[in-house]
Design a protein around this ligand. Sequence first.
Ligand code: CTP
Ligand code: MG
Length: 239
Amino acid sequence: MTESVNFWAVVPAAGVGKRMQADRPKQYLPLAGKTVLEHTLNCLLQADVFSALAVAISKEDPYWPELDCSRHEHIITAAGGQERADSVLSALKSLSAQAADNDWVLVHDAARPCLTVADIRQLINTLQQDEVGGILALPSHDTLKNVAADSITQTIDRSVIWRALTPQMFRYGMLKQALQAAEGNPAITDEASALEMQGLQPKIVEGRPDNIKITRPEDLALAQFYMKQQAQQREQQND
Ligand code: CTP
Ligand code: MG
């Protein structure tokens, strides 16, 4: 008999969005008729694989209770933390009564609303038999340079450079332990880096280039373009 393993989603949504320079955190900005965060959560719900979604929300956040999805039966609210890693750890802890160490957790940035169900399935199908887990990533297309004081010191071998995206998929117990061990370390900017610190080597799975993170003002228009394109693709597939 195969053991039954559950899947959980963790969504860090407690950032202030400083680089976006908007009047509210970027996860609450409007995009194609909904907020950024609603698009993100809808995609995770549509994947129909998660037992629940744990969303980390800042204590001073007046926008979250206004969204219908804050009361969704499969969505759990956790307190956000100082840094992204603290928010993720807090959301993981909110699942401790339900999640088993061997269960899989997919951590996905609230600020990546163009995620597709296809990419979620691709990540899960590729990694669910893996020992460690891994992340969606993209190969680098640009030529990359090492720079010191405005001058190039070296050209980096592009073939070994990948850009880390989310979701990042790891075992519940292993991820919680790795984040606890790394608490307060500013170098831990994603889940994979916490696992790497434990001497583990997470896998990469090539993701779609439209899974962008909304970071700066110009990214919102790009996200809108990708959403429109995805909707057109879905229509064509249904024709
Ligand atoms: N995040 C979080 N808790 C924090 C910081 C960030 O949950 N203390 C979340 C953000 O809400 C976002 C994701 O982590 O969904 C990725 O972080 P980032 O893009 O850096 O968002 P912000 O920190 O909000 O933006 P900025 O760095 O420009 O302030
Ligand atoms: Mg940030």
